[in-house]
Design a protein around this ligand. Structure first.
Ligand SMILES: [Zn+2]
Ligand SMILES: [Zn+2]
Length: 264
């Protein structure tokens, strides 16, 4: 009895440590990945650190140094525009978007390699790029923000076998020391494929697709996704979280498309 009691006590003390040990091991893995030389994921040249060689890293992140004026809310480049046409057409329910880079070559290839070729090393590279943008952002993320990946449709999960946004959200959470709670958001039906729809139709289509898994009273939420095009999905999800009591909803995406789509 004394032994089983001791065993129970030992298990009670060890079990809560398991996720913490796992997190530490993941962080060590990220550090090694960042520090050890490897082949560049894009050109197969020598990557000195973090999975990309210096020229490919510079090419992927070029849009972060292009000096373009951007919408402070949705991060759309505003070349030649007085205000943001997308935010003027539909006031977004989210408070701010942070994007690691614009959705152009060659950054789009990294996303393609992750999503369609299941090269999971890309999730590490992409989350590192996004973490760097979050840290460099003038406003950044609230310190207790909860990361919530956009759930994939069931058809996408069946096709790919995983949700790319969840992979990025988990890796980003590790790098920023934030909580990641995929269960806070559920996708309750399939909906039409967004790519073929206009912006207004996308918002209507996304309506009712997502349900918050719990109240979010006073919480700061950051929605994580791979690519933001019209922002319709983020808008609908942000509204759901605000209706569930969230204090703020931000959006962290790997890539932002460059063209405004209010007219579509
Ligand atoms: Zn390279
Ligand atoms: Zn905007």
């Amino acid at each position: 009895m004394a032994y089983s009691g001791g065993l129970r006590a030992w298990l009670r003390s060890v079990v809560p440590q398991v996720p913490r040990v796992g997190a530490v091991l993941w962080r060590i893995g990220d550090r090694l990945f960042d520090a050890l030389p490897a082949d560049c994921l894009l050109c197969r040249g020598r990557a000195t650190a973090g999975g990309l060689c210096a020229p490919c890293h510079a090419a992927v992140t070029a849009s972060t140094r292009d000096g373009r004026r951007r919408c402070p809310t949705c991060a759309l480049p505003l070349e030649g525009l007085v205000g943001c046409p997308d935010c003027a057409a539909v006031a977004p329910a989210f408070d701010r978007v942070i994007a690691a880079f614009d959705y152009t070559f060659p950054g789009d290839l990294l996303i393609h390699y992750l999503k369609d070729e299941k090269r999971f090393a890309c999730a590490r590279v992409l989350s590192a790029l996004l973490a760097r943008r979050v840290r460099a952002d003038a406003v950044g993320l609230p310190c207790h923000t909860i990361l919530v990946p956009v759930p994939s449709s069931r058809a996408s999960v069946r096709r790919r076998g995983f949700n790319p946004a969840a992979e990025v959200a988990r890796a980003l959470a590790r790098r920023l020391g934030l909580a990641c709670r995929p269960t806070l958001l559920r996708r309750v039906r399939e909906g039409e494929r967004q790519a073929s729809l206009s912006r207004a139709a996308r918002i209507a289509n996304a309506q009712g697709l997502y349900v918050c898994g719990a109240r979010a009273d006073g919480c700061d939420i950051t929605i994580v996704d791979d690519v933001m095009t019209t922002g319709s999905t983020a808008h609908v999800i942000a509204r759901a979280f605000k209706n569930a009591g969230a204090a703020s909803v931000r959006v962290a995406v790997l890539a932002r498309t460059r063209h405004h789509l209010s007219s579509s």
